[in-house]
Design a protein around this ligand. Structure first.
Ligand code: AMP
Length: 368
């Protein structure tokens, strides 16, 4: 569906990026590959993005004066993580095009808005209720059934901001542990696999999805992504259809990650959450496809045609978390290991330090 007018940026234009983590770093590298400059806006000292960007502004995300100067120095703005104040993005939108839009960000930042949006568009999710008191949480759990998951509506990631409740009497302790009064209670989905679809939509409304990928977690953090996900062709198609419906309904420009549960009961696919940005579960696209998720995002926000997403090989991406980065030298000696180091100097537990992607011929059984 072609729905929007396209403003293609010339090479040499400057892409402004909010956030300077590893995702921003890899986006900046793709931008450079396509002949664009980048200007990263990030409050953090020693961020991974600053090593590879043309320009850096180190200011707070709500510093209107700095945002205004930043807006004047760039041709388009995008972001690499979703916890930027929506008001800052709305402010930037008055001066320069921002993709994805503040309206999209507002939906994606709040689990309630997100689930309401998905259900309104016919996309299945876990059963859910928004609650503001512990009494309401107890009632919601009674209604939805056990086990249930209590989650903060905002700012949750890598399993933070959520507690599984297996017995009704555990609800008050879970409530206290979250220490927040804007909570969503979700039914527990008995999934057999978690997958994601990296979908991209151009300024002209063209949608292009990478093959669904299977995600395995350790300690609530993504450990491995395996592409393609080991599900039937019918389910793969259904997952891509769902992602296409979502990205189109959002009138989105850029790359969107759609995380889904695959279960054996009906409906087999339920969306867990969407991330309005490039995503850890898409790093394998750097080596396994003609266009990476990072390049695809840059193409979309710059008004360029989307690139090819055919899978050239099976891929297994493994995150290097904390001390895993000590494997760096061994990995360099391993033929076929595509090693990525994010340039972070300190390896704290749980910190994403890099990743490694290994490719295998299509159709071959994967090792392990
Ligand atoms: P989230 O922060 O929503 O991405 O959740 C992190 C992880 O917790 C997911 O990847 C799942 O493994 C698990 N999880 C979250 N919500 C549910 C649910 N409603 N049912 C089952 N598992 C869940």
């Amino acid at each position: 569906m072609k729905s929007m007018s396209v403003k293609s940026l010339q090479t040499g234009s400057v892409i402004g990026m909010l956030g300077g983590g590893q995702l921003g770093r890899m986006m900046a590298m793709s931008a450079a590959q396509l002949g664009f400059h980048t200007h990263i806006y990030c409050p953090d000292e020693r961020n991974p993005g600053e090593q590879v960007t043309d320009k850096l502004t180190r200011k707070a995300y709500d510093d209107r004066e700095a945002l205004s100067v930043f807006a004047q120095s760039v041709d388009v703005v995008t972001y690499e993580f979703e916890n930027i104040p929506v008001e800052s993005v709305r402010f930037l939108e008055q001066h320069v095009a921002v993709y994805p839009s503040a309206d999209v960000l507002e939906i994606a930042q709040d689990r309630l808005f997100e689930k309401d949006f998905l259900n309104k568009n016919g996309i299945a999710t876990a059963a859910y209720r928004a609650v503001n008191t512990v009494e309401e949480a107890v009632d919601a759990v009674a209604e939805i059934g056990l086990p249930a998951v209590l989650k903060t509506r905002r700012f949750g990631y890598d399993g933070k901001g959520q507690v599984i409740v297996r017995k009704a009497e555990d609800v008050p302790a879970a409530w206290d542990a979250l220490g927040n009064d804007r909570i969503i209670v979700e039914g527990f989905v008995p999934f057999r696999m978690e997958i994601s679809v990296l979908a991209a939509r151009g300024q002209d409304g063209e949608v292009c999805c990478f093959t669904p990928v299977e995600n395995q977690h350790k300690n609530h953090i993504l450990d491995k992504s395996i592409a393609p996900a080991r599900i039937s062709a019918d389910l793969q198609e259904a997952a891509v259809d769902m992602a296409t419906t979502i990205i189109t309904a959002l009138n989105y420009v850029g790359l969107l990650a759609v995380e889904m549960f695959v279960s054996d009961d009906e409906p087999q696919l339920r969306v867990n959450e969407i991330a309005p940005r490039v995503h850890n579960s898409g790093h394998w696209t750097i080596e396994a496809c003609a266009t990476s998720q990072f390049e695809q995002h840059i193409r979309a926000v710059c008004g360029l045609p989307l690139g090819g997403v055919d899978l050239y090989a099976q891929a297994v991406m493994t995150n290097l978390i904390g001390d895993d980065i000590l494997q760096y030298n061994d990995l360099l000696r391993e033929a076929g290991a595509n090693v990525h180091h994010y340039g972070k100097s300190q390896a704290r537990p749980g910190r994403k330090m890099g990743h490694v992607t290994r490719l295998y011929p299509l159709g071959q059984k994967l090792p392990g």
